[in-house]
Design a protein around this ligand. Structure first.
Ligand SMILES: NC(=O)c1ccc[n+]([C@@H]2O[C@H](COP(=O)([O-])OP(=O)(O)OC[C@H]3O[C@@H](n4cnc5c(N)ncnc54)[C@H](O)[C@@H]3O)[C@@H](O)[C@H]2O)c1
Length: 341
């Protein structure tokens, strides 16, 4: 039998726990090391999953461990540097979304991936869900025909993450609701459309609650009042066109006056339409309007995501969410911030 694949993770927040669970289920994979600069967070997850080697400095981890793969689960602004160093040390990288906090850094990452011949996969775990996979299959089989419009949205009534921490600090995050949750649905929408190039783009974004409070809407408003603790968007809306009458509308907000949180993708195709959540296909058959509601097995997407990453390494395959598409989403996000009116 071939030797075990040695994996290390950087960052011990929520996605790290999810990825860890996924890795631990894969035969022939050993989570050899974990790094977090916060010793308490490091210990909590390392104890839970019996990770033998623990570090508070990631360079030391890369230096001492001979890792085949590294998951980068740190704050956004650190993704690029950590991923590039890991690839230069010979590891394949699964980098959390967004790939980087700037497109310049994202393009650098692709260059390093090519120069080192290491896989650089982006953690768009939602692509691996049974719902997204089902819709993608219907599209690939031509069931929806040409897709001419997508509405992609993730809206929260009251959900600013880590207010006062790195999520709400532009230097560390690269942006707010748009780059945090908007990036997931932007990626899914573009993926369903075949990642066309954006021609025209208009947008608006801003902060209505993060800086002003409004009690329950903003969560820990005291933290936000610290100087520089909140300098990002808490909402963003964009309309982008791709030529030939095709377009996508994106909506992302961490907090606004709506009934409930919702994450969805709505697709209009010439032969049929679809909705991600709940998953449905809308079409016509023999002159009759048909709605198809498949009974999909509920599968937590981190599990197939981790399996896929490991398979890509073992079989030298291109990942389902390649870095080149990660670059495109970061470029679009920058255009949205730049174009806002
Ligand atoms: N794929 C998903 O569904 C998903 C969900 C949530 C977050 N994320 C992404 O994962 C990343 C981390 O988010 P999070 O929610 O875990 O944030 P978090 O703040 O909870 O965790 C980040 C961890 O990184 C550690 N860290 C910071 N600087 C470090 C350094 N220099 N060296 C080592 N460790 C360091 C922090 O101590 C912290 O424990 C972000 O990029 C976020 O966008 C992805």
């Amino acid at each position: 039998m071939s030797r075990k694949l040695r994996v290390g993770l950087i960052g011990a927040g929520w996605p790290s726990w999810q990825q860890m669970k996924g890795y631990q289920r894969i035969e022939g994979v050993e989570v050899a090391a974990l790094c977090d600069r916060d010793p308490k967070r490091l210990q909590a997850i390392a104890d839970e999953y019996n990770v033998p080697n623990r570090y508070t400095a990631y360079e030391e981890m890369l230096e001492k461990e001979r890792l085949d793969a590294v998951s980068v689960c740190s704050p956004n602004a650190l993704h690029a540097e950590m991923s590039m160093k890991a690839m230069k040390k010979g590891a394949h990288v699964l980098c959390e979304k967004p790939m980087a906090s700037s497109s310049k850094m994202a393009r650098e990452m692709v260059k390093v991936s090519k120069a080192t011949n290491r896989i650089l996969m982006i953690g768009y775990q939602r692509r691996h869900g049974n719902d997204a996979q089902y819709i993608k299959r219907q599209i690939s089989r031509g069931r929806l025909g040409d897709i001419y419009f997508v509405r992609a949205y993730w809206v929260r009534r009251c959900g600013i993450p880590g207010l006062g921490g790195w999520f709400t600090n532009k230097k560390l995050s690269g942006g707010g609701a748009l780059i945090d949750i908007g990036v997931h649905v932007l990626d899914l929408g573009l993926w369903f459309m075949g990642y066309p190039d954006v021609r025209e783009l208009t947008s608006s974004w801003g902060s209505k609650f993060g800086t002003k409070g409004l009690g329950a809407m903003a969560g820990n408003w005291r933290a936000a009042k610290k100087k520089g603790a909140f300098d990002v968007d808490d909402y963003a809306v964009a309309h982008m066109t791709f030529g030939k009458g095709r377009s996508l509308i994106l909506q992302a907000t961490w907090a606004t006056h709506i009934k409930q949180d919702e994450m969805n993708i709505e697709i209009w195709g010439e032969k049929g339409g679809a909705r991600l959540n709940p998953t449905e296909i809308f079409t016509t058959e023999d002159g009759v309007l048909e709605t198809i509601a498949p009974r999909l097995r509920d599968r937590w997407p981190f599990e197939p995501q981790m399996e896929h990453f490991v398979q890509c390494i073992r079989r030298n395959k291109k990942p389902l969410s390649p870095a080149e598409e990660g670059v495109k989403t970061v470029e679009i996000i920058e255009r949205i911030y730049a174009a806002a009116t």
